[in-house]
Write a protein that binds this ligand. Structure first.
Ligand SMILES: C[S@@+](CC[C@H](N)C(=O)[O-])C[C@H]1O[C@@H](n2cnc3c(N)ncnc32)[C@H](O)[C@@H]1O
Length: 128
């Protein structure tokens, strides 16, 4: 968070902060090594439905060439999001490697896990 705040003014001047809105991103396929979502997906499970989550995550996978990470996995009630299991199934059915990783960082109480999605084999499924 402090790295972001330090970088923000320069990053804006240099055009590195670009406004986009899931579930669609204007970037080309494989634009980034790492694509992150923090405190948005899963957290607002009551406001955005399962289809929105699936579309958004597949879009993030499209623009990433290596990995997508989503943190945390809890909703606003501090419960594991009900979408986690169906999303893992969708991603695994598409051949993505998923892993839940513990984090030291914990902003929301008990929210200390991230979902890592390795996308290197996404060329196996051109439907995304
Ligand atoms: C709780 S804030 C988290 C901010 C920051 N990522 C963090 O972890 O501190 C939720 C963020 O989701 C963003 N957001 C809302 N709707 C969005 C959408 N459709 N696509 C991408 N981001 C969205 C909001 O602009 C807001 O910055």
């Amino acid at each position: 968070m402090s790295n972001f705040i330090k970088d923000y003014d320069n990053g804006k001047k240099e055009g590195r902060y670009i406004h986009q809105e899931l579930p669609e991103l204007s970037f080309e396929n494989d634009s980034f090594d790492l694509v992150l979502s923090s405190h948005f997906l899963f957290l607002y499970s009551e406001h955005f439905d399962l289809q929105f989550h699936i579309d958004s995550i597949l879009e993030m996978c499209r623009v990433s060439k290596k990995e997508v990470r989503i943190f945390p996995l809890l909703n606003l009630k501090n419960e594991k999001s009900e979408y986690l299991e169906p999303i893992l199934k969708t991603l695994n059915d598409k051949g993505f490697e998923t892993k839940i990783i513990k984090t030291d960082y914990e902003f929301q109480k008990g929210a200390n896990e991230l979902l890592s999605i390795k996308v290197h084999n996404k060329t196996l499924d051109r439907n995304i």
